[in-house]
Design a protein around this ligand. Structure first.
Ligand code: GLU
Length: 472
């Protein structure tokens, strides 16, 4: 099996496109086939090198490694459409020769005017095929007028059936379509033509793409037939929607892989989450390794209905993956986020801190705020914590506890717990009257990981110093 992901580099990798790439990747790997990356950059005005590099970087980060592509080469390249222009011209020539295509000299203004008239008659706009049978004389006249022709494909009159692997049989009546452009007047191929020529030459066996391309598929099928080529299998996936059921867009917040990467999603979490966007396992399982997904994935279990992208669920899943990571690894991953906030720390201390806070991290970008109080010289107090630290009775308790702690040589969590519990009891106090203010004084917060573990990691010096600051 040979499958491809064919992004147009007109923006960064969108969640919906990443899902398309992932499904193609999973099916290719499941069948020990090839996964191909093809850059569809024939729209010169909108395509940018920067986006191509960004898409490649994000796909790699996600772990969607391709077997053939513009950066890697392969036996069926080049894998960038802008480098294949001659091939498209040759294929168009062949269709012209076989009388399956023709030059059309209509201007944009003429076409617009005719479409307007169709609309006024409540008919859908389409080309009326009027240049199909021009005489040589007419062609000559048009050329003399300086018109630059496009090449249109001559649509045969018939019903085209798409046997979609997800949606079943979908029929299209070609009577409702006008002959469509395959080559533009500037010698560049139209999207529909380039896709087919490439799919033929790259020997693509299965095309998985968004439902928005379904209406193009009958045109593609006609071109495959006209070029006497084997038609690949098609699977059109339902579009990705936002939580409100409308098409996923900027209105819903972050929509690109890049943005989620920046927020601190782990690639394995995003990989897992994207697989659930429109596909479900037999067992209702939700957490999968890459290998499990490759094994389990099938188009039969892809849903026909829209897939809802739920950032909250993604965040939840990311938290699960974060908890599975070793503190060493998380510490490394947190460094760019800490540096962005001007925070730096020695690695072994950072690892201890992260090990303590790991349970509460859902995104890497939350790490600086979560652990800041371990790293800074002077802690900030949350408003609620500030009030508590100012109460006179709290000050009294902490003053005397501080003396106790100053004499302590073993500052391990176990020793701290033993001493502080005993001290509380001996002074006729309740644990909450001691533990809570103590936490507030040394962290500036009312909640956090285990108090004694926190104290151990902070160390005696910092704990005493923070108590002194609250007490003065
Ligand atoms: N370049 C197209 C897109 O980005 C994909 C075409 C296809 O998959 O056939 O939507």
């Amino acid at each position: 099996m040979r499958l491809r992901f064919a992004p147009s580099p007109t923006g960064y990798l969108h969640i919906g496109n990443a899902r398309t790439a992932l499904f193609n990747y999973l099916l290719a790997k499941k069948h020990q086939g090839r996964f191909i990356l093809r850059i569809e950059d024939t729209d010169i005005a909108r395509s940018k090198k920067e986006f191509e590099a960004g898409i490649i970087e994000d796909l790699r980060w996600l772990g969607l490694n391709w077997d053939e592509g513009p950066d890697k080469g392969g036996d069926f390249g080049p894998y960038r459409q802008s480098e294949r222009l001659k091939t498209y011209q040759e294929f168009a020539e062949k269709l012209l020769k076989e009388n399956k295509a023709y030059h059309c000299y209509c201007t944009k203004e003429e076409l617009d005017q005719r479409n307007k008239e169709l609309l006024a008659r409540k008919e859908s706009p389409r080309y009326d095929n009027r240049c199909r049978n021009l005489s040589d004389e007419q062609k000559k006249k048009y050329l003399e007028e300086g018109r630059k022709p496009v090449i249109r494909f001559k649509i045969p009159e018939k019903t085209i059936e798409v046997n979609d692997l997800i949606r079943g049989k979908v029929s299209f009546d070609t009577k409702l379509m006008g002959d469509f452009i395959i080559m533009k007047s500037d010698g560049k191929p139209a999207f529909n033509f380039a896709v087919v020529v490439d799919d033929i030459l790259m020997r693509i066996t299965t095309v998985i793409r968004g439902e928005d391309h379904l209406s193009n598929t009958p045109r593609h099928i006609m071109l495959f037939e006209a070029l006497n080529s084997k038609i690949p299998e098609f699977a059109h996936m339902a579009m990705t929607m936002g939580p409100d059921g409308s098409r996923l867009s900027k209105r819903h917040g972050a929509t690109s892989i890049r943005e989620y990467r920046k927020l601190g999603m782990l690639p394995e979490a995003l990989f897992n989450y994207l697989a659930l966007l429109g596909w479900g396992s037999k067992k209702d399982q939700e957490i999968f390794t890459k290998e499990e997904l490759i094994k389990e994935f099938s188009l039969e279990r892809c849903k026909e209905g829209a897939a809802i992208f739920d950032p909250e669920k993604l965040t939840w899943m990311n938290g699960l993956y974060i908890r599975k990571k070793k503190p060493q690894e998380l510490a490394k991953l947190s460094i760019p986020y800490l540096e962005e906030k001007g925070l730096r720390e020695k690695e072994d201390y950072l690892i201890k801190v992260i090990a303590l806070e790991r349970e509460r991290i859902k995104k890497l970008s939350e790490i600086p705020d979560l652990i800041e109080y371990f790293l800074v010289e002077k802690i900030k107090f949350s408003p609620e914590a500030l009030l508590l630290s100012k109460k006179p009775e709290v000050k009294e308790i902490l003053t005397s506890l501080k003396q106790e702690l100053e004499n302590l040589s073993d500052f391990s969590a176990a020793s701290l717990e033993k001493i502080i519990r005993e001290w509380t009891k001996n002074n006729g106090l309740k644990t909450k009257d001691v533990f809570h203010p103590l936490r507030v004084a040394i962290t500036g917060r009312t909640i956090g990981p285990g108090l004694f573990e926190t104290m151990e990691v902070l160390g005696k010096e910092k704990v005493i110093q923070r108590l002194m600051e609250v007490l003065c």
